[in-house]
Design a protein around this ligand. Structure first.
Ligand code: ADP
Ligand code: MN
Length: 411
């Protein structure tokens, strides 16, 4: 078993560059990044409304000779991550505490991780991959706490380039926007990864069901489990029971059919019992997931409308539990937490971190409680705070389009 400070390759990216690592427990990711992204995360503490929708920022790392310095960082981050998990709101809105004061960086300040330790630990990526900036960021893993995370990365904005982008880059990104839904809806699917459980017959025939199902699908005669989308198979790949949709998949949609990408993500619409004007989902929980996504996106919309920021080529990262049984466990956890919360309120109790810790077993290997759904803004390589310039209408355009399409599915 890997020790608490060991790094493993992160296997739940939906899009973007390679080279993301995770700690052994899967609570944190380490991502190569730019100084601008670190700066944005560090200054987000002054923007709690926005920060509540970002992954919790643990710290930044830069490469130097002292390769062992990453270990204390990861080990010291553990209590903090545990605290965040223990205080995650039950509805899956944000992993950061309940009170308005209780935002990510307040937690960091209170924890055993000193800003100095977090700030500049040394880092050497596992596998010796070349990191052009030599910088990396340590973040809460949004896909942690899921057994089979279904991940969707939606890139926001019609304009995708930052003010400092050279003309050639502006032209290239404008051209991509123009031929995709980025241009007319302000968002496009950047990538998606779905757990596609082995078919029942595979279960019966084979002990190595996931591998058998993969093989079958790779051979081209596989039945698509999650809704039978008609995407170009060249834009899709299978690995370890997950189906990955690459960036060309997302680029292939028009404003009139991109809703199909959303229904594929949600588990597909049923065709047999389809009633005119009404969406019937094949996946039992699809409507619940859609409603929660709407709630989360409305909260993101509110934050963006009340902040003055700009982000180019940033994303909304959505994750929900793809394993049906684990999903039920997650929903049950929420119900029990709600019940406890009601009891506490009835008795006029104030929950403290200490009391809550006593509830849990103090075990290093303790698993993250099963989650239902998480939504976060990510990818701030080209993001900044822009006081005086008003809300980010470029990003908001995408959020509003997404909301309109999702609402159309559940109404
Ligand atoms: P880039 O696109 O510049 O490579 P991103 O920040 O978009 O970098 O990250 C790439 C992918 O990694 C995303 O599509 C997402 O699936 C995954 N990812 C990024 N940050 C997190 C996080 N905090 N938790 C879980 N997954 C993440
Ligand atoms: Mn990205």
């Amino acid at each position: 078993m890997p020790s608490g400070s060991e790094l493993v390759a992160f296997d739940h990216s939906a899009a973007g560059h390679e080279g993301i690592s995770s700690n052994a427990s899967g609570s944190l990711i380490i991502k190569p990044c730019t100084q601008a992204e670190i700066d944005f995360y560090e200054s987000a503490k002054d923007h709690p409304l926005f920060q509540a929708h970002m992954p919790t920022f643990i710290g930044s790392l830069c490469q130097n000779e002292d390769q062992d310095a990453v270990k204390p960082l990861l080990e010291a981050a553990q209590p903090q991550v545990q605290f965040l998990q223990d205080h995650a709101s039950s509805a899956g809105t944000t992993a950061v505490g309940k009170g308005s004061e209780d935002t990510g960086n307040a937690v960091i300040a209170d924890s055993t991780v000193t800003p100095e330790l977090v700030k500049r630990a040394s880092w050497k990526p596992s596998g010796g991959k070349k990191i052009s900036t030599g910088l990396a960021i340590v973040l809460e893993n949004v896909a942690g706490g899921f057994k089979r995370p279904n991940v969707l990365d939606v890139k926001l904005g019609a304009r995708l380039w930052d003010d400092d982008a050279p003309l050639a880059k502006r032209r290239r990104l404008d051209e991509v926007a123009e031929r995709t839904t980025s241009g007319n809806l302000g968002f496009r699917v950047a990538g998606m990864k779905m757990w596609c459980p082995p078919a029942l017959e595979d279960d019966e025939r084979s002990t190595n069901t996931a591998a058998a199902a993969d093989k079958k699908r790779t051979a081209g005669n596989g039945d698509v489990q999650n809704g039978g989308d008609e995407s170009d198979e060249a834009n899709v790949g299978w690995k370890n029971g997950y189906k990955s949709y690459n960036k060309l998949y997302g680029q292939s949609f028009s404003k009139d059919n991109v809703v199909d990408a959303l229904t594929t993500y949600l588990g597909g619409v049923g065709s047999d019992d389809h009633q005119p004007g009404k969406t019937v989902f094949k996946r039992k929980r699809a409507a619940l997931i859609a409603k929660r996504l709407i709630r989360e996106l409305e909260s993101i919309q509110y934050a963006l409308e009340n902040e003055e920021s700009r982000m180019y080529s940033a994303s909304v990262l959505m994750v929900y539990e793809g394993d049906e049984e684990a999903m039920e466990v997650g929903l049950q956890n929420e119900e029990e937490e709600d019940k406890r919360e009601r009891e506490r309120q009835k008795n006029g109790e104030v929950e403290t971190a200490d009391e809550d810790e006593d509830d849990e077993e103090d075990d290093e290997d303790e698993e993250i409680p099963q989650k239902v759904l998480e939504v976060r803004l990510i990818d701030f390589a080209h993001a900044s705070w822009t006081p005086g310039q008003g809300p980010d209408e470029n990003a908001l355009m995408g959020v509003r389009s997404l909301l309109r399409l999702l609402k159309g599915l559940v109404e």
